[in-house]
Write a protein of this length. Sequence first.
Length: 474
Amino acid sequence: MRNEFVKKFLRTILISACLSFPLARLAIAHEYTVHIDKELDRMTVEARFDSPVSRIHVRSQSAGDYLESAVDCDTGSRLRPRQRELRLPAGGVRCLDYSVDLRDAARDERRNSSPLGDSIIVSPAAWFWRPRLSGDEVIRIRFESESPARVSVPWLPVDGEPDTYLLTASPQSARAPAVFGDFEYVESEVPGATLRITLLGDHAEPRALVDWIKATANNVNLAYGHFPNPLPSVVLIPVGSRSWGDSPVPFGRVIRDGGETIELFIDESRPIDDFYDDWTATHEFSHLMLPYIRSRHRWVSEGFATYYQNVLLARAGQYSEQRAWQKLYEGFERGRRSMPSQSPNETAAYRSRGGTMKIYWSGAALALMADVELRRRSGGRETLDDALEQLARCCLPSDRGWSGPELFRKLDEFVEHPVFMPLYRRYADTSGFPNYRVTFARLGVEVVGGTVRLDDDAELAALRRAITTSPAAR
Ligand SMILES: [Zn+2]
């Protein structure tokens, strides 16, 4: 119900830029005004609740250390934190004023070890003291920042009200970044979405990076024509060449917390062409085609994103057909050698050391097998893309975490004959690795001495080519 409501709201925002949304329908329970000083030293917050609240909490264990003062604004009495809660008087409070030492909080945030220029990242987990939300309740937050400081958060922007956002219920996969300071912010349109892009640090060619982000989102649009989240936040954090490995995007992740953020750590010294050839961003963006899958079934979300990163880069023309299958083959083999004595569910649940390749590639093998089975049975009428498009229409963005089986059951509702749960039952709790080689043989993906060769006379060769072909070119 609530999800329907939020989705309707999101779509409404997109349909009309000048629309003034009837906010009363959204059951705004609490109003926050947040003031940020231009030196980024201090944040002061006024919170007004529509009825007395008996609990006010924060997510970070250390948030109490940054809280300078908190006052019940009705009585003027001081409120003290105990662990992650404020100690409130009997009967609760109707309003709260508090201030936070932003600099102190920023020192504890590892993301600030990057050269962020005149900006800091302080997750709401460290400063957002708030009541829990229930039902269709939302919190409206208005920022007042002293120029040149500005704010970037993943929350829903309220149309026509600058620097004002709505916070609705959401999964909490990690701590969302809230960015304060003087940074580059760009909104960029792709089919189905307005990308809200925050560029931190100094960049010689910010426009070229924005174009790359847009191209990456459009890679995902090669699945079913539109982006799965209408208002994703994308945060680019420079790490320079000192970073891990040789990739221009050494690390990326999706954070579902008050909205969906794609956080990309980039080596800003690399030429822009290198970014287009790198898979990390396409992998991260692909995650948004699924809701947040809880960590005990992590292999499902990592697997689908891993399958799609290869397929989509081929559809986009970045990979040749041969290269895409070579990468899938090499990945499957890494996965097959990783934790062979465990099932995917076990590796995910125990967070087994050395199990990363199993997590990523067992799920990717299942995604491939589901895709091939759907296409084969239906003569190409049904594909994994189609099932995911229906999922986007019914359920994304989702305001909660899902289990793996719940997702697979839902996907089976969208296809003529179940494909997903049978694969789940067969492989999720089975040690070893899904038998992808039978699928490869039928597709005409032969491996000779570790190198993939494609056989165009194979039984399912046309189906294989369709997987790596852009829908527009089919
Ligand atoms: Zn991933």
